[in-house]
Design a protein around this ligand. Sequence first.
Ligand SMILES: Nc1nc2c(ncn2[C@@H]2O[C@H](COP(=O)(O)OP(=O)(O)OP(=O)(O)O)[C@@H](O)[C@H]2O)c(=O)[nH]1
Ligand SMILES: [Mg+2]
Length: 289
Amino acid sequence: MRYAVLVTGPAGAGKSTFSRSFITHLNASKRTGHLVNLDPAADPASFEYEPAIDIKDLINLDDAMNELGYGPNGGLVYCFEYLLENMDWLEEELGGYEDEYLIIDCPGQIELYSHHPFLPKLVQNLQRLGIRTCAVYLVESQFMEDKYKFFGGVLSAMSAMVNLEIPWINVMSKMDLVTSNPEDPSGGARNGLRRRKNIARYLDPDPLLIAIPRGDESEIPNPRFHALNQAIVQLIEEHPLVSFLPLDLTSTDSLETVISHIDYTMQYGEDEEPKEPKDLDEGDFHGME
Ligand SMILES: Nc1nc2c(ncn2[C@@H]2O[C@H](COP(=O)(O)OP(=O)(O)OP(=O)(O)O)[C@@H](O)[C@H]2O)c(=O)[nH]1
Ligand SMILES: [Mg+2]
């Protein structure tokens, strides 16, 4: 059985960093993982090791832009369309990897997750190849500093989940940037969000955070936005699809927790042949007969 993890999320959420840490950790645990880069604009020089499979070997964003006159976003769309037309290339590249985790580092253009058909089509192709697939959606911890931005992140995660319809894990990345010590005066005083209790309201999104208008700010809330916020509150209350696992890459425990959720979601290893004690016994007694 082969397994693929799509690492998704908005620009700069830490997808590429997480993908590399994931593989480093698998390798350290005597498991194997291979990196697949699906970002045609990725700068390989900024990372310490090369992907095993790289969309840039098929098509390069610069070429699409220079030769066809696209801007960066049109170029990305072109690259993905080209990939879907050339699935035999990906199939061939994937052919050499058996019984492994494939960590697929995706680009950060948010429209890719909300309404383009590329990722659903890619997932269909992976499933056709018998590869069990799940997605990890990263939102960075800085989103918690502005509750409106944060709920924008929650809604984008929801729309991506609905678009893809595969097992799904939401992760709050870069938790090392959040002060975890509740007694730390600077952490709490800065914006009031960084205390443990408050963090919990974000990891398991509490819609009341936006139901109550900004307290200490002088602006008068626009009643139309207030009504919109109420509608969003109701949506999240009635469909609590999104909760976040915190990820602090400076802590091995934290990374392990996220990986074990991924293993569980993918039912990793459940189809592997169990080691039969019977076979061992037969071997042991073989010479005695
Ligand atoms: N403090 C902190 N910084 C991080 C962490 N992960 C990533 N970063 C930083 O965040 C920036 C973006 O990280 P990337 O891993 O390139 O993010 P990405 O989601 O792949 O970005 P795009 O591919 O451009 O969408 C870089 O400057 C990283 O060094 C983290 O866990 N903690
Ligand atoms: Mg990246």
